[in-house]
Ligand binder design. Structure first.
Ligand SMILES: *[C@@H]1O[C@H](CO)[C@@H](O)[C@H](O)[C@H]1NC(C)=O
Ligand SMILES: *[C@@H]1O[C@H](CO)[C@@H](O)[C@H](O)[C@H]1NC(C)=O
Ligand SMILES: *[C@@H]1O[C@H](CO)[C@@H](O)[C@H](O)[C@H]1NC(C)=O
Ligand SMILES: *[C@@H]1O[C@H](CO)[C@@H](O)[C@H](O)[C@H]1NC(C)=O
Ligand SMILES: *[C@@H]1O[C@H](CO)[C@@H](O)[C@H](O)[C@H]1NC(C)=O
Ligand SMILES: *[C@@H]1O[C@H](CO)[C@@H](O)[C@H](O)[C@H]1NC(C)=O
Ligand SMILES: *[C@@H]1O[C@H](CO)[C@@H](O)[C@H](O)[C@H]1NC(C)=O
Ligand SMILES: *[C@@H]1O[C@H](CO)[C@@H](O)[C@H](O)[C@H]1NC(C)=O
Ligand SMILES: *[C@@H]1O[C@H](CO)[C@@H](O)[C@H](O)[C@H]1NC(C)=O
Length: 796
């Protein structure tokens, strides 16, 4: 036995057992009282404290909290669901070795149910663990074994423990969201709500191995270490963006259902998010309750479906209820279209290959059909119909390619023509968010990219969720999606050897393009796929950093973004392997007269979708910074795919400066004014370039052709914008005539309405003032809205 330790213990125990005040431990026979604010245990490093804390009117909980955060941040609670009275309540360590919490009225609110015949001591350790130990060091009980909603570094999540979120920001009782190891050994987030429950992470529509998880390891243990790295036995791994020893961290299932890793900013006493499971919080189940929609205004918010009204104005988890009486008389019913909306689950059945009309009839046949989802199936090139019996987990996302048709009484439609548009306050948004700006980090670069790399593996989650969800919508609807998922896994991103790529390109013989980043060659891979192989000139960073960047880019997947199949980093060689696009670039097609109006419009919409995905749906940092016709490639059906995204980060390691980007990037003529005036660079630079590209597509006045213009491009593009703007504004003498700006090569074969909308949107995109430009998702919405104009009622 360690003598000084024993002495220390005795000195704590002996003086006056009944009046324990601020100290690290509590001895047998003594207690902490709710009425004495200084009756707290403080860890010897001063970081944690344990004591009674108010959680409501005359309601107290015994809790361990961070003593240095501004808002109380609780890491453990004894009685979260049964708060105690503000008078007469106390936590006592009995002579029998039992720790009990008593209330004036109720004797046993909570107990550790421990018993010992040797001397025991309750101590708050530096880790934040509250432990009941014998003097011999045997642990009888510890708070780390009974987590509430938070894991601290070195506190394992095991097969016997789970985290349960708080009910709301201010109500700490058990809420709806659980983090736990499921029976198949995978760590999951579950929504266990008032009426339904469902697993929402990892994404249920993705086969778990595509989320990077494995069921094979039965040890079911996950641990956060003090440098901010989380490792789970199901292969889930992620690290804090501020990876490294230093800030105090916690991993919490927040009341809004998101799992977040926080770092304490000790000088301010606030928390920074350094990792989170969802960047798109509308994907979290139960967030808005039944019959409502989660959407992103500037902030996330909930709104009732048209014809429905909120059930509880203070608590959105109750959702909405119909403000009409249900009827099964189909002559009294009609449908309202809600574009880009989905509800998860509760399909009455699944009908492949239906028309909109037949799907309506199906929904009318089922009296309990509340709405149906109508969605294109790219595999079979038909539409699928999903009538729904409950409308749960609804969300609206501009990029979601599917519409919901809501069944409503005709009478209600007329009086209620304007659907609820305002996003009501869910009052459940976390108070801290990931920084959206592109700040230069102070830490050393190698740490940063190491962090990135590991972080990416966890972040893949988020990318994957959207990726596979887009392509493999609902695996439970049929086996074909599962098969596709398998192929996806099997043909995943990989590393190629230089020799392999040299052989594939026959010694780099067939050049198909040349740009700022390097030369592109056509090649045939060993598995027979035709690839475009890009040899980077400017990539001079180390293999690890390169791999970190490339594997992030490689995991971005959207049908309007070029797919990266792999990379090669050997010695000084840096190559990227992409899918090959038959029709080459938009620049080539524009100069060769093969694009009719329909193709041009679809290219404009597709490109906007790809960019919106990069800016908003993806990991948040992806700006393209070099949008131009040369970087928009066309497949055999003239479907556009944006190429070269992410390269801006790959190529300029050497001259990184302001906001992480070297100044003056991109191609003259397509560059937003911000570049020239040293203003902060945001996603609006891509919006500007997109606007120029669209104007070129409409007018056919491409001044660049295949080459990057070295001089004069600037002036000519400004001229193009001015010219189009004048034509569109018109004057009294010369009314605006969109026909005059149309590319002559289209022989006046175009849709005037589409042309108008496209040009107006493009002119908004090229506003000098970046705040006046729309976001890419707004562009998508504006372009698609006109397609929906002939529908009866639309949302937004
Ligand atoms: C304490 O109790 C355990 C059984 O519960 C017994 O084995 C042990 O000998 C006891 N120790 C003392 C010091 O009485
Ligand atoms: C917290 O939420 C629970 C469950 O909804 C409720 O019973 C309790 O009254 C709430 N507590 C406070 C202080 O609002
Ligand atoms: C299972 O996971 C644990 C914890 O991550 C690890 O230590 C162990 O080696 C794994 N076992 C196997 C068979 O992979
Ligand atoms: C937390 O975020 C703020 C603002 O983004 C930043 O200034 C501060 O340095 C961050 N603190 C830590 C510990 O990362
Ligand atoms: C419910 O319907 C009534 C009449 O049908 C209407 O006056 C009222 O505004 C509606 N309430 C909501 C919240 O939509
Ligand atoms: C709304 O929810 C709050 C909190 O859960 C509850 O106290 C209140 O009674 C509810 N109101 C109605 C009308 O259901
Ligand atoms: C259905 O509604 C129409 C119009 O309100 C009415 O004329 C008809 O009688 C109803 N049919 C049934 C079976 O209730
Ligand atoms: C109208 O509804 C009835 C059930 O109420 C159903 O049997 C019938 O097929 C429906 N008619 C149409 C045209 O959908
Ligand atoms: C939404 O709720 C938050 C927190 O309760 C509050 O600060 C904010 O003002 C609310 N916003 C609106 C528009 O009501």
């Amino acid at each position: 036995m360690n003598l000084p330790f024993l002495f220390l213990l005795l000195s704590l125990i002996l003086p006056s057992p009944s009046s324990s005040t601020t100290s690290h431990s509590l001895s047998q026979g003594s207690s902490l009282s709710v009425e004495k604010p200084n009756n707290v245990l403080i860890s010897s490093n001063g970081i944690f404290s344990a004591g009674f804390h108010p959680v409501g009117d005359n309601a107290y909980c015994f809790a361990v909290r961070f003593s240095k955060s501004l808002d109380p941040t609780f890491v453990w609670m004894a009685n979260r669901d049964i708060p105690v009275n503000g008078k007469g309540s106390k936590l006592s360590l009995l002579d029998t070795g039992n720790l009990i919490l008593t209330d004036a009225g109720r004797s046993n609110v909570w107990t550790s149910t421990t018993v010992s015949n040797s001397t025991v001591l309750l101590s708050l350790l530096d880790t934040g663990n509250l432990v009941l130990r014998t003097l011999e060091g045997f642990t009888l009980w510890q708070s780390f074994d009974f987590p509430t909603d938070t894991l601290l570094p070195h506190q394992p999540l095991t097969r016997n423990t789970k985290l349960i979120s708080s009910r709301s920001r201010s109500n700490y009782s058990s809420g709806f969201y659980h983090l736990f190891f499921d029976n198949d050994n995978i760590i999951r987030l579950l929504f266990d709500g008032l009426e339904i429950s469902s697993v929402y992470w990892p994404d249920p529509s993705i086969i778990f191995w595509n989320s990077g998880r494995t069921t094979y390891n039965n040890s079911r243990i996950a641990l956060l270490d003090s440098s901010g790295s989380f490792v789970s036995s199901d292969d889930l791994k992620f690290v804090a963006t501020d990876f490294g020893m230093g800030p105090k961290r916690r991993l919490t299932v927040d009341f809004d259902g998101n799992l977040r890793l926080y770092s304490l900013d000790e000088t301010r006493g606030t928390w920074n998010v350094s990792w989170q499971a969802f960047s798109l919080t509308c994907k979290i189940h139960g967030i808005c309750g039944p019959n409502s929609l989660c959407g992103y205004g500037p902030e996330r918010g909930c709104s009732c479906l048209p014809g429905y009204k909120p059930r509880n104005l203070t608590d959105w988890s109750y959702g909405c209820e119909p403000n009409f009486s249900h009827s099964c008389n189909n002559s009294t019913l009609n449908f309202v279209k809600l574009p880009n909306v989905d509800f998860y689950g509760y399909d009455i059945s699944f009908f492949p290959g239906e028309t909109l009309e037949s799907c309506r009839r199906i929904c009318l046949q089922y009296c309990n059909c509340k709405a149906f989802m109508f969605r294109v199936d790219y595999g079979s090139r038909t539409y699928n119909c999903y009538p729904k019996s409950f409308l749960l987990n609804g969300f609206h996302a501009p990029n979601f390619e599917g519409d919901v048709y809501l069944k409503l009484p005709r009478a209600g439609l007329l009086s209620n023509n304007e659907p609820a548009k305002e996003l009501l306050n869910c009052s459940s948004e976390a108070h801290v968010g990931l920084a959206r700006t592109y700040q230069k980090k102070q830490e050393s670069r190698s740490v940063k990219y190491l962090t990135w790399f590991v972080g990416v593996i966890g972040g893949v989650e988020m990318v994957c969720i959207f990726l596979v969800w887009c392509f493999l919508y609902r695996t439970n609807q049929g086996s074909s999606a599962a098969v596709q998922g398998y192929i996806l896994a099997a043909t995943g991103f990989r590393k190629y050897s230089y020799a392999e790529l040299k052989k594939a390109t026959k010694g780099f013989s067939e050049e198909i393009g040349r740009g700022g980043a390097g030369v592109v060659y056509k090649g045939v891979l060993l598995d027979g796929r035709v690839a475009a192989i890009k040899r980077l000139d400017g990539a001079n960073q180390g293999e690890g950093e390169f791999l970190a960047e490339v594997s992030t880019i490689g995991r971005i997947n959207h049908m309007n973004l070029i797919e990266m199949w792999g990379y090669c980093a050997e010695g000084k060689h840096r190559l990227l392997v992409y899918e090959y696009m038959e029709r080459g670039s938009l620049a080539e097609s524009l100069s060769s007269e093969e694009l009719d109006w329909k193709k041009r419009f679809e290219i404009a919409v597709g490109t906007a979708k790809g960019l919106a995905y990069l800016h908003e749906e993806c990991l948040e940092w992806v700006l393209h910074c070099d949008i131009k016709p040369q970087n928009i490639l066309l497949d055999s059906n003239y479907k556009p795919k944006v190429a070269d995204f992410g390269l801006s980060k790959l190529l300029t390691r050497g001259d990184l400066n302001i906001s992480g980007f070297s100044r003056i990037r991109g191609t003259r003529g397509y560059m937003a004014p911000e570049w020239l005036f040293n203003l902060p660079i945001t996603s609006k630079v891509d919006v500007y370039s997109y606007g120029i590209v669209v104007l070129e597509m409409v007018t056919g006045k491409s001044t660049t052709g295949l080459h990057v213009v070295e001089d004069g491009g600037e002036a000519e593009h400004r001229q193009l914008v001015t010219w189009v703007r004048e034509k569109m504004n018109g004057t009294a003498a010369m009314p605006s005539r969109v026909e005059e700006i149309a590319d002559q090569r289209m022989d006046n074969n175009f849709n005037v309405a589409e042309m108008e909308i496209l040009v107006r949107v493009a002119l908004q995109c090229v506003e000098e003032e970046r705040d006046a430009r729309p976001s890419m998702s707004h562009v998508v919405e504006m372009l698609l809205r006109h397609e929906n104009d002939n529908e009866q009622v639309t949302l937004e």
